[in-house]
Design a protein around this ligand. Structure first.
Ligand code: HEM
Length: 200
């Protein structure tokens, strides 16, 4: 995965900071350990990509979480939806930025190897791709728990894991969880409450 610079993306620029998170002081040297910055402890862009790939593999091993990825698991992936490789590259680009303490004002554009051909993909805002999935607060928390376990299995320190998901929680949770389902428990897609609201 290589970042290609800021994406020209959706029209909702007023939501850009909340859409992908802002870096704050994440990743300053010594914040969790004296061994470099959060970005370097995660292994830079290459290490971060491997961690994100492992995180997504763990998510897809959970039947409840996997149910949300029906478009990604279809062959072919329907037009307008990202592939798993594109999603992972975008997710890694996001972690890369926040782990360097940089403001992530717009989604990155990434390059993705698709069957030997490298293509460019303009990542989308979180508040565009997630709300139509009716993700509840409980499902978000389940996703974070699974992701955290995957990072722990890859020897990321508990402190660094807390920093990463603390940032995601404070800057992006509201753009991922569907508002009316904020307090609903974890549920498979489309979720009982989602169905009550019209199946979203
Ligand atoms: C920890 C917080 C999360 C982050 C940082 C995150 C990040 C991302 C990113 C970067 C993309 C790619 C968007 C693009 O096409 O550019 C994406 C897409 C997606 N995410 Fe998340 N995500 C999070 C939580 C979740 C949760 C909790 C679920 C469901 C349980 C979920 C389900 C999906 C799905 C299904 C897509 C594909 C959407 C489509 O088909 O267009 N995500 N996410």
């Amino acid at each position: 995965m290589a970042l290609l610079g800021a994406a020209a993306c959706s029209s909702n620029h007023d939501k850009s900071v909340g859409g992908i998170g802002s870096g704050g002081d994440v990743g300053t040297a010594g914040s969790c350990s004296d061994a470099g910055t959060l970005y370097s402890r995660l292994g830079g862009d290459t290490g971060i990509q491997a961690l994100v790939d492992a995180m997504t593999a763990a998510e897809l091993a959970d039947e409840e979480i996997k149910s949300y990825f029906f478009n990604q698991l279809a062959t072919p992936v329907p037009a307008g939806h990202c592939t798993i490789a594109e999603m992972n590259a975008c997710f890694a680009g996001y972690i890369s930025v926040i782990s360097q303490g940089l403001p992530a004002n717009s989604p990155p554009t990434v390059s993705v190897d698709q069957g030997g051909t490298v293509v460019s993909y303009a990542c989308k805002f979180f508040h565009i791709v997630h709300p139509p999935l009716s993700i509840s607060g409980g499902t978000f928390d389940r996703y974070v728990t699974i992701a955290s376990e995957a990072l722990a299995n890859a020897s990321v320190s508990p402190c660094d894991i807390a920093t990463i998901f603390g940032t995601i929680n404070s800057t992006s949770r509201q753009n991922i969880v569907y508002g009316p389902l904020q307090d609903a428990g974890a549920q498979p897609y489309p979720g009982d409450a989602g169905a009550d609201l019209g199946g979203q």
